[in-house]
Design a protein around this ligand. Structure first.
Ligand code: SAM
Length: 212
């Protein structure tokens, strides 16, 4: 997601450290303390502008959500959305998801959402895809044994690649949906990309996978 630098983003991050958490590596294993309760923690990687995480947090007040996003201006937009919605069950991390094992302890997370992740279509960039086996190794470490990965995308190539990658890694697919919007589902919170692509008539794919 390209986003021009927003001059207010630096100040927003500095002034909202209760929401966009600094020094994230010192919080490894302490995320329940950070939320101040024992509720399960769900992580969205590549949160974008925050429509999904803000909506999920409202729909599920008994779940804690952590959004990870590389783009500074993008996470500032997500932050202002969450702040305006008055949600206290969301924390945002302005970091690269490549370092997940440094952010979370073993079994600390219940669900990982991969929403419209960058597809990296060139073969030589395969290791950057968030479903490349090195990412799956990290997800396995930080996910609770009964935890799951939920992936949504409009990109057929990334979807097919991810299904194969999950199966080769030994994950069990508990859902493979080739047209998520063919049936109305009030539980499905759309992301910004999902809104955009489904408005163009593109099918949205979703799968769920578990390690055990
Ligand atoms: N999930 C949002 C949606 O569906 O509207 C945004 C999708 S956008 C295609 C992908 C987002 O993932 C971008 O905002 C990008 O900055 C972020 N991203 C990509 N790789 C990342 C990484 N390694 N760590 C954290 N964020 C990442």
């Amino acid at each position: 997601m390209r986003q021009r630098h927003k001059p207010w983003a630096d100040d927003f991050l500095k002034e909202n450290t209760q929401l966009i958490v600094p020094d994230v590596k010192t919080k490894k294993g302490k995320w329940k303390e950070m939320f101040g309760n024992d509720n399960p923690i769900h992580v969205e990687i590549g949160t974008g502008k925050g429509r999904f995480i803000a909506g999920m947090a409202e729909q599920h007040p008994d779940i804690n959500f952590i959004g990870i996003e590389l783009g500074k201006s993008i996470i500032a937009i997500a932050g202002s959305k969450v702040k305006n919605a008055g949600r206290y069950n969301v924390l945002l991390l302005h970091v690269d998801a490549a370092d997940l094992s440094e952010l979370f302890a073993e079994n600390e997370i219940s669900v990982i959402y991969l929403n419209f992740s960058d597809p990296w279509p060139k073969k030589r960039h395969a290791k950057r895809r968030l479903t490349f086996h090195t990412f799956l190794e990290q997800y396995e470490r930080i996910l609770h044994p009964e935890g799951e990965i939920v992936l949504k995308t409009d990109n057929q190539g990334l979807f097919e690649y991810s299904l194969v990658s999950f199966c080769q890694f030994g994950l069990e697919l508990t859902e493979v949906n080739l047209d998520l919007h063919s049936v109305e589902d009030p539980e499905n919170i759309m992301t910004e990309y999902e809104e955009r692509f489904s408005a163009k008539g593109q099918p949205i794919y979703r799968c769920r996978a578990q390690f055990s």
